[in-house]
Design a binder for this molecule. Sequence first.
Ligand code: PEP
Ligand code: MG
Length: 752
Amino acid sequence: MAVSGVAIRGQRSLLRQIREALAGGGPAQGRLDMVTRIIALSMVAEVCSLYLRRSNGEMELFATEGLDPGAVHVTRMKPGEGLVGEIMRLGRPLNLADAPAHPTFSYRPETGEDPYHAFLGVPLLRGGRAIGVLVVQNRATRTYSEDEVEDLQIVAMVLAEMVASVESGEELKGVELAPRRPERLKGSRFSEGLAYGVAVLHDTPVAPSQLLSDDVVAEEARLEAAIEALRRQIDGMLEGQHGLVDASYDVLESYRMFAHSTSWNRGLLDAVRNGLTAEAAVERVRSEYRAQLGQARDAYLRERVHDLEDLNDRLLRHLAGDGAVARELPENAILIARNLGPADLLEYDRTKLRGLLLEEGSTASHAAIVARALDIPCVGRLQGLRDGVSEGDMVIVDAESAEAYLRPRADVVKAIQARIDVRLQRKAEFAKLRDTPAFTRDGVKVTLLMNAGLDVDLESLAETGAEGIGLFRTEFQFMVSETLPRFSGQTELYSRVMEAAGGLPVTFRTLDLGGDKVLPYMEAEREDNPALGWRAVRMGLDRPALLRLQLRALIAAANGRALRVMFPLVSTVDEFRAARALVDTEIAWAQRRGRPAPARLDVGAMIEAPSLIWHLDALLPMTDFVSVGTNDLMQYLFAADRGNPRVADRYDPLSPPALRALQAIQTACADTGTPVSVCGEMAGRPLEAFVLVGLGFERLSMPPAGVGPVKQMVLSCDREAARRGVSALLKSNAGSVRNEIETLARKLYLAV
Ligand code: PEP
Ligand code: MG
């Protein structure tokens, strides 16, 4: 791996002198002057200058040793201008033997910097954001050594936090230590909803008071103990993998490699020996590796940045002590993170968490899944989020428009607050409908079920009044755990779910992994077309041990009660036949051991692959029920990746081809008396659900938040009128019939 060791040889006393200079009394200017003098002396540099960012984005010379003092507060660089601007833009050091020869060099006569050639500038990073630049210069034409670069980076790190703590000083007024202007970022919607609240950074920068240690020996011991605990944890995770089919050691191995790598360890130790606290050392080494790996040409190496981030977070948790309690949240917290690991979100107090903003992630990422389960609005893939927001900023999560507003203006807050109020009001109305059965005006019962996948979903059953779980996504348990759930863990979850359902039907879908749902601990071969690749039941049939273990757990959890199981992404009848045979094998296995078989067993197929639509006559007689997974069915019908925002919204499920496909399924099921439900997201949107009812579907399974609105629609709907209206539109030659359906819904006075 092309990562050099981080060897810090900066003088511990230098950091201490800086701390004393900054902590001392007197005007801030005097203290900064002193700091530049100390650094110049210690680094044997003829010049040391400090530039800080003003709120208009300009970089201002705030203090210097060696340049003309008259230039202080006079020399200002526009964003991106000169070498200083370049360092701000890159967020990493610039080390030049002959600065004036560099293309971005900007000559400022007032500074008197003509005689200086060698130039080393490093950004002052705070919370991942550059708030200034620290520069040293020498007359000679030479390149600074790697050690010198590293020394200056440590100094810059300490300086950044300390400058932040003297911000209130008069002379530092106008310095932009944190962004202040309102910003609006566009991202992707991961979880529905709206929220306004106070930003809480998941990975907070180390506080200045915690940067320098008082007792190096004790700090070294603390660091070593934490590294040791981290290694044990990773080894334990690796051991947990024994005996599992397909379990890949790749990711864990790369964790182990880092945890044992001498250069990583030496970097941490050196930083501590030079006076940093263990926490500051972790941050210091983290940013070093982040910069190096982030620029690697090799995509594999670049991806290792994520492993390293996770490893550093783990180490910080060990430093905080195992029993680290969850952070205290303000009443209306919006959590801000680059990404969240398995179970991270669950560690926060749910009653205070209003929303979640992520710089990275995907709709299938852990955080997104958990956010949806908790009904917390979440917008992800927000580029520049972590740089743009500070702890305590007011922020808006607008998952309707997939946007984040940072420090919004009062009028924006007012508008969003009004929308939040409307939502709350509607929620209260839906809650009142909880116990009302969903009959259409002409007396057709529509069964409303909910989709679930985690323990936290179960509360929604009672809250929404759903009549059961129409889709339990068993892979979520796998996606939010750190290691492959064992038989006992699976059985426990399934029986908890059945117990919580209290006799209401629960349809368990077997593992739907692969595609965009990849497990960190499972081998995932790179595929050109993951959505069309080795996933769901295909994986289960090729590696039957995993699927059989799951079926065994389901049968054990049912413990003699009724059991409903369905298979995802069945594309041929042979696949269904083979999968069903595995259920029979497992039932026979349980019975041989004297364990109870389910009182009633229903085995179904999800209709997600269009191929089945033309083979329903063969499929339906083999199944006890089917469920239409419209999310996947639509992506395959329209050949448009559902996870790719550029193409996902290009087609409309409210269009003749989609509706005809759905009608074909409904008709075939009605003709054969096969129970059928629709369990894709469209079943949870009132207008789409209206069309499904019009097509004749009477069982809809949806995200919990959809149950209330869809029930309101059903209660206001006349099925016969819906049927007539929708069947006329099936013949349309328009690409989408959404407008016509909206008009029809209005004409029928529907609550959509
Ligand atoms: C679907 O594809 O419609 C579905 C319900 O399954 P998932 O969203 O989990 O792929
Ligand atoms: Mg699906």
